[in-house]
Design a protein around this ligand. Structure first.
Ligand code: HEC
Length: 293
């Protein structure tokens, strides 16, 4: 309205707190702006809906660009998994690690309910607490100081939390699951898996010797998490059908013990799962027998 208005047209500021209003707070009547207003229903609302639809379709198209990656099946025996909240909650997560808000129930209650309650409650009450007319931040020292201290504290806690997480990963030699999965996808793509889609099992290969003890062990081993019960490979992972044509028993044993490309060592994990050394030997032997007939 400030641009290009006729000089004799009266400029009316609507809803600007700098304008002191005298008298009762009566919302301005928009019929005072002929040609510059429209009815809310249906005109305005219809336009909003149309814009909303376009935005929604845009988001849908973006979402459909890439298949949603599926995580590994949850494994309660996995001790190398470090649960982490999303980045915007890292500051709260880090805060709860400090000794004065963790340990006994009262401290946990203070750390998880009372303090965040005061902080977020204060944020909600800010318009009622900070009622000064002044708009410039440097003339509102108390409110500004609270904002800066909180902001710096949040950034600091987030950074500390993230660095601690990275250190834990290097100390324990853990590759986070999503990174591992990405590597595996890359490897699978390179190996001709064709990006996420399950690679075709070796043409015509069937599971050999299903009555063997090895098949039973395979079903209990970690291998099925990635190579699937039917040995065709979970999305993007290599199939193990016909693997005997490619690797001997000893080579397979070596892959189980040392890993290969995107596959991490599996030996210890299977021992932890309750398989014995003899079981794993029988498994490798059975896999070595998986030849196309
Ligand atoms: C975390 C997922 C995962 C688990 C669990 C896993 N593998 Fe693998 N495996 C892979 C990936 C990925 C590859 C492809 C590695 C490469 O070639 O870079 C692979 C490759 C292999 C290969 C070589 C395939 C080829 O075509 O050369 C063998 C053999 C194998 N795995 C056996 C096993 C056995 C046996 C187990 C269980 C003891 C097992 N894997 C558990 C992911 C896994």
């Amino acid at each position: 309205m400030a641009h290009g208005h006729k000089s004799n047209e009266k400029v009316v500021y609507v809803g600007d707190s700098r304008v002191r209003k005298s008298g009762p707070m009566i919302p301005p009547d928009y019929s005072a702006f002929p040609g510059k207003s429209e009815v809310f229903i249906p005109n305005f609302l219809l336009k909003e809906w149309m814009v909303g639809c376009v935005a929604l379709v845009g988001v849908l198209v973006l979402v459909m660009q890439e298949a949603a990656p599926l995580g590994y099946p949850a494994d309660p025996t996995n001790t190398t998994f470090i649960p982490m909240p999303d980045w915007y909650f890292l500051f709260l997560y880090q805060f709860l690690k400090y000794p004065y808000v963790s340990g006994d129930t009262l401290k946990i209650f203070i750390g998880s309910i009372i303090i965040p309650g005061i902080m977020f409650g204060g944020l909600m009450l800010a318009p009622f607490l900070d009622t000064g007319k002044e708009r410039r931040f440097y003339k509102r020292p108390i409110a500004s100081a609270f904002m800066f201290v909180t902001l710096i504290a949040c950034i600091h806690l987030t950074v500390v939390s993230w660095m601690h997480y990275q250190k834990e990963l290097t100390d324990k030699n853990i590759i986070p699951e999503h990174i591992k999965r990405e590597h595996e996808m890359e490897e699978a793509k390179k190996a001709g898996g064709g990006g996420g889609a399950a690679p075709k099992p070796a043409a015509g290969a069937q599971i050999v010797a299903q009555d063997d003890k090895g098949y039973e062990i395979y079903q209990k081993a970690t291998c099925i998490n990635c190579h699937a019960k039917d040995m065709k490979g979970v999305s993007g992972m290599p199939a193990l059908r016909g693997i005997g044509d490619k690797h001997s028993k000893d080579e397979i044993m070596k892959i189980i013990k040392e890993g290969k490309g995107g596959m991490s060592k599996q030996y210890d994990d299977n021992i932890k799962k309750g398989l014995t050394a003899a079981d794993i030997d029988a498994l490798a032997e059975w896999l070595g027998k998986q030849k196309k007939q």
